[in-house]
Design a protein around this ligand. Structure first.
Ligand code: 4NP
Length: 170
């Protein structure tokens, strides 16, 4: 991690960002939360997700994402979409985006170029990053949702370990 190391007692705030906030980023937040709970760190790490676009504000996660998640023991039923806002750049310690479009859209809201060091592609944490994008499954078939879940599972597991290490949480 390139972000400054905060005091070990501080809460670490992690935000996941995609386009619609109904497929990739809510899943990443929920799967990451499971890893954090398994590590006993749920009181130390705050987790949220949002989308760069406005279309799904207040909406539940996509039923295809929810179905695949449910099959794997991840509950997304309480999720409601929200849109990324410039203040998120200051609020969160780490902002993980799903693809390069998300990266550009988030950085475009960093008016003073102050927070770019916090913003990274989630797939940098994947052992097999391919093109570093978590592919948008929205317009594809069920196999795309299973593939996204596999990628998110690998990357967020590694992320939980890295954050625990970087912030001295265990
Ligand atoms: P997400 O997928 O960014 O992973 O939530 C999408 C959801 C909705 C749309 C695009 C991508 N959309 O165009 O409405």
């Amino acid at each position: 991690m390139s972000a400054p190391t905060p005091d070990a007692q501080d809460t670490v705030r992690v935000l996941f960002v995609c386009l619609g906030n109904i497929c990739r980023s809510p899943l990443a937040a929920a799967v990451f939360r499971q890893h954090v709970i398994e590590m006993g760190l749920e009181d130390r790490i705050e987790i949220d997700s949002c989308g760069t676009g406005p279309w799904h504000v207040g909406h539940p996660a996509d039923p295809r994402t929810r179905d695949e998640a449910r099959r794997r023991g991840v509950d997304l039923d309480r999720h409601r979409g929200r849109q990324f806002k410039p203040e998120d750049l200051a609020t969160f310690d780490h902002i993980f985006v799903m693809d390069r479009d998300n990266l550009a859209d988030v950085l475009a809201l960093d008016a003073d170029d102050s927070y770019g060091y916090k913003v990274r592609l989630l797939r940098e944490l994947d052992d097999t990053p391919e093109d570093y994008a978590v592919p948008d499954p929205y317009y594809g078939g069920a196999d795309g949702f299973a593939r996204v879940h596999d990628i998110v599972e690998r990357a967020t597991r590694r992320l939980a370990e890295r954050i625990a290490e970087h912030h001295g949480l265990r």
